[in-house]
Design a protein around this ligand. Structure first.
Ligand SMILES: [Zn+2]
Length: 410
């Protein structure tokens, strides 16, 4: 079959540069998202006591745990983290951001060569009475088979497709249970999406049927052109902390807020805290079992080489990589750090750091040392703490004039 649309290296128009992913957002929304991540991480650790997430962020990589700053935002640095993209909201956020940057670079690289990128979304009709493990296994196999055989050779030839990057996502709803879907970036030679959409719809319906899934011909597969790194996706609620692009569509799977009555895995964690869904703890554990050991993104063979990318880092390596452009602000003794973390006060420490820099860190650590001493029945030279534990009022009690230098040092 001859080529239907233009291919890479031909007259396909360049799509121009992508918008950078790390665009500033409202500070209060950022803080709220950070606080939720820490709360959800603590919930996940409690639900999965034997898993890596339960050990995430408690010990320094070397020396002391640090507090670093970039663009006015403080974060915990030099802590050994778990890198679990499926179960740890903090690591998932960090890994997703870096993977999204890499995907954006991949899209840039390809479009600079005259190619195009499409976002493919694959869904199935709701299925019941499946174990999640079986459902995910069959769905993954169906996604893999989509690009196998003669059909694929013809598709690649016609579209100029040189590779794909895909993910798998999951939501849960009370009515229909678990529901997987997939996003994939297709690196192709044509920007004429419409010539290809019906072909992929039919193909997905046929392949999915082999694995026991029924698929709507209309909704089962959609194909959208990625322009300037973006697609218009009205079915995705944007995360509070990121500017949304096609790359985020793939890497922020767990982190997205569920739509309506459907919960993403991390929304289930929040539901545990709120006692919103009685089955949420068991559902999250089931999900963690089914996704353990799975990769977040699948790059098709040869695509990274073609785009001039190095071998892919593991999630753990990405999560533990330190930000070379951040400013190291303070080191925190491990014992008091763990005291703060165990009581859920890390977001407060970071809020204080954002508001008052090193002085805020010092003040907060002063309060923490006092509280710990009081709890241990010890006398302490500084009992007039500037923080109170009243819920939601802590930051309002920080006195700008009283910033005792108790422990933090630059
Ligand atoms: Zn982690």
């Amino acid at each position: 079959m001859s080529r239907v649309c233009s291919a890479a290296g031909s007259a396909a128009p360049s799509l121009g540069p992508l918008t950078k992913s790390a665009t500033p957002v409202d500070p209060e929304r950022y803080r709220l998202a950070r606080r939720r991540r820490y709360e959800a991480q603590a919930t996940a650790a409690a639900l999965l006591p034997g898993e890596r997430v339960s050990r995430c962020g408690w010990r320094p990589i070397e020396g002391h745990i640090g507090i670093s700053c970039r663009d006015g935002r403080h974060y915990i640095s030099n802590a050994r983290v778990c890198g679990s993209v499926w179960t740890c909201p903090n690591c998932a956020s960090k890994v997703a951001t870096r993977r999204a940057d890499e995907l954006n670079a991949a899209v840039n690289s390809w479009t600079d060569q005259g190619g195009s990128v499409w976002l493919l979304t694959l869904t199935i009709d709701h299925v019941r009475k499946n174990t999640l493990e079986d459902l995910v296994k069959r769905f993954t196999e169906a996604m893999r088979k989509l690009w196998a055989g003669k059909w694929s050779a013809s598709w690649r030839s016609d579209s100029g497709q040189v590779g794909t990057v895909r993910n798998i996502e999951l939501t849960w709803g009370a009515t229909n249970g678990w529901h997987p879907h997939c996003h994939a970036l297709l690196f192709v030679g044509s920007d004429e999406v419409s010539c290809f959409e019906s072909r992929i719809k039919e193909r997905w319906q046929s392949v999915a049927a082999r694995f026991g899934f029924s698929v709507s011909l209309k909704r089962g597969a959609t194909l959208e052109l990625v322009t300037d790194g973006r697609v218009v996706s009205d079915y995705v609620n944007k995360d509070e902390t990121a500017t949304w692009g096609a790359a985020h569509e793939l890497t922020w799977a767990n982190i997205k807020t569920a739509r309506g009555q459907r919960f993403t895995p991390f929304a289930l964690l929040a539901a545990c805290d709120l006692s919103e869904v009685s089955a949420a703890p068991a559902l999250f554990q089931e999900y963690a079992d089914a996704f353990k050991g799975r990769r977040q993104l699948y790059w098709s063979k040869g695509l990274r080489d073609r785009l001039g990318f190095n071998a892919e880092l593991t999630d753990e390596d990405v999560a533990n990589a330190q930000d070379g452009q951040a400013e190291f602000v303070a080191a925190v003794d491990t014992s008091i750090f763990c005291w703060i973390k165990a009581r859920g006060f890390l977001p407060d420490l970071l809020d204080a750091a954002d508001d008052f820099g090193l002085n805020g860190i010092n003040a907060f650590l002063g309060w923490a040392y006092e509280r710990r001493a009081i709890a241990a029945g010890q006398t302490h030279p500084r009992l007039s703490g500037v923080w109170s534990e009243g819920s939601g009022e802590r930051s309002e009690h920080l006195d700008r004039q009283r910033t005792p230098a108790v422990f933090a040092y630059a």
